[in-house]
Design a protein. Structure first.
Length: 503
């Protein structure tokens, strides 16, 4: 039993936001040994207790970003673990799940995992875990290695690609993996774009000399995402496997997801800041500047496309809001300029991905209150912290403000602190990337403090990043929880016992 005199830290005078409500003002958060131990109206500090006065500001759970690429070979000149996680904590994210990337030539996952542990060990400012990108699902991997990795390492999620020659899986491979992940209780992420559609359009654009960065958006139309999303859902329904479709950008694809959700299928959807705030016109910049905004799926063309995404965020179709932080530098050789060959732009060769791990949480928070809010504050908490924590096996530790959870908190500024707004500038950010696609965008707020397991690791007014590199721990995750739907649904047109004959 922890008494008030035992507390390490008390956070007072804040407005606590959970995934379901904004709690009454006047509550205080008591922290001991890195955990939230009580929430009460009056907690008496001991002489050693640190007291943080939120001054009437909102307090939200530390952000959980479950789509982050760090120190990956396919992100040349991108962030490493030090710079990427430093950037995360400055933007209110205290937990990330990044990727271990299997190459087609890798026949075992264990050496890949050890390599990525080596890249991250002792380098992180935030708590972290790994997903495994599977590109070569051998029988040994499916029959044995995934089970060992899930049980021993707590890596309970995989990512699968329906496009990119170096990563693409066949439908049969997708099915084989889905059946394995279902049996192990692992979360299955899918990048949904029709590879053949993209290849045909790309080849024909190139034949006509249409190779500027803008044509990247033309080469990957919404219909490629629509078809692949429908197909991924059909495959998952056949084998009764929960999936999450990553970085969704299409109204039609999201309508397919919502239809599946209404049938209680366990289909989850993720979107990212670029699909809510940016349009394809950004790809038209002079002097190859459009390359800064090359990502896949690409930025869409019309404001109506953004509005449709916002509707899916507001109505619950979107399960998680992630950064898909996968940047490359622009002003150095070997980064985005790989797509500028002998002075000629070649969109096919531009490394995909944008920086966003630091701006993800402040962007959406600024859209979650005030007269122009697009979503509610509890919905903000759901998709930036609580839902991703649950879906990826962190739901008992992260993503909620309640006794027993890690004391991962974001304390914002009082509502009227930035009377004229806060303008995003590259020089205020903490990544190693040399640009931000959100340059000049006006925000309402920014994290004043970030706490990781009860320790202040970001103090904007007094030192900025005050946590230490290596303070973040590798977290062994449990099996994920379903946020949408249920398993065991009957597939229309199949006999009730049909799946049992072969599954």
């Amino acid at each position: 039993m922890v008494t008030a005199m035992d507390l390490d830290t008390i956070v007072k005078n804040g407005r606590i936001v959970t995934a379901s409500e904004i709690l009454p003002p006047g509550l205080q958060i008591g922290i001991k040994d890195g955990k939230i131990v009580n929430i009460a109206t009056s907690l008496a500090p001991a002489p050693h207790t640190k007291v943080i006065d939120a001054e009437g500001a909102y307090i939200t759970p530390g952000g959980v970003d479950t789509h982050v690429h760090l120190a990956q070979d396919n992100c040349p000149t991108g962030d490493d673990w030090e710079t990427g996680t430093r950037s995360a904590v400055a933007g209110g994210t205290t937990t990330i799940v990044a990727f271990c990337g299997q190459e087609k030539t890798d026949t075992s996952l264990f050496p890949v995992l050890e390599e990525y542990h080596g890249r991250s060990r002792g380098q992180s400012y935030v708590d972290y875990g790994f997903h495994f990108i599977l590109t070569n699902p051998t029988k040994e991997i499916l029959d044995n290695e995934l089970k060992i990795i899930a049980e021993r390492e707590g890596i309970t999620s995989v990512k699968l690609y329906m496009t990119y020659e170096r990563m693409q899986l066949t439908d049969r491979e997708l099915l084989d993996i889905m059946m394995t992940t279902r049996s192990l209780g692992m979360t299955t992420m899918v990048h949904c774009e029709n590879s053949d559609m993209i290849a045909l359009i790309t080849e024909r654009l190139e034949a006509r000399g249409l190779t500027d960065p803008y044509y990247h958006a033309i080469s990957r139309p919404m219909i490629a995402e629509n078809e692949a999303s429908y197909r991924a859902i059909a495959l998952a329904e056949l084998v009764d496997t929960p999936i999450l479709i990553v970085h969704m950008s299409s109204e039609v694809a999201l309508a397919t997801v919502r239809e599946a959700q209404t049938r209680m299928l366990p289909i989850h959807a993720e979107t990212c800041p670029q699909y809510l705030y940016l349009l394809s016109e950004r790809l038209k910049g002079d002097n190859f500047e459009g390359a800064k905004c090359v990502c896949s799926p690409p930025l869409r063309h019309e404001k109506a496309d953004l509005d449709a995404l916002w509707q899916s965020v507001a109505n619950g179709t979107i399960t998680t809001f992630s950064s898909d932080h996968a940047p490359s530098k622009f002003y150095v050789e070997g980064g985005k300029r790989l797509g500028l060959i002998d002075g000629i732009p070649r969109f096919r060769e531009i490394p995909n991905g944008l920086p966003g791990v630091e701006t993800r949480v402040p962007l959406l928070f600024s859209s979650a209150y005030g007269p122009d809010a697009r979503i509610s504050l509890p919905r903000f908490v759901q998709i930036t912290a609580t839902n991703p924590a649950k879906l990826y096996g962190l739901g008992a530790l992260k993503g909620s403000i309640a006794p027993g959870f890690d004391a991962d908190l974001v304390i914002w500024y009082p509502d009227d602190y930035f009377m004229d707004g806060l303008e995003v500038k590259q020089d205020m950010l903490h990544h190693s990337i040399d640009y931000t696609p959100y340059e000049g965008m006006k925000l309402k707020n920014w994290p004043r403090y970030s706490l990781l397991r009860g320790e202040v690791v970001w103090d904007r007014d007094n030192g900025g990043v005050v946590g230490k590199m290596g303070q973040g721990n590798f977290v062994k995750r449990a099996k994920g929880e379903l946020v949408m739907g249920k398993m065991g649904n009957h597939v229309k047109g199949m006999l009730s016992e049909e799946r049992q004959m072969w599954a």
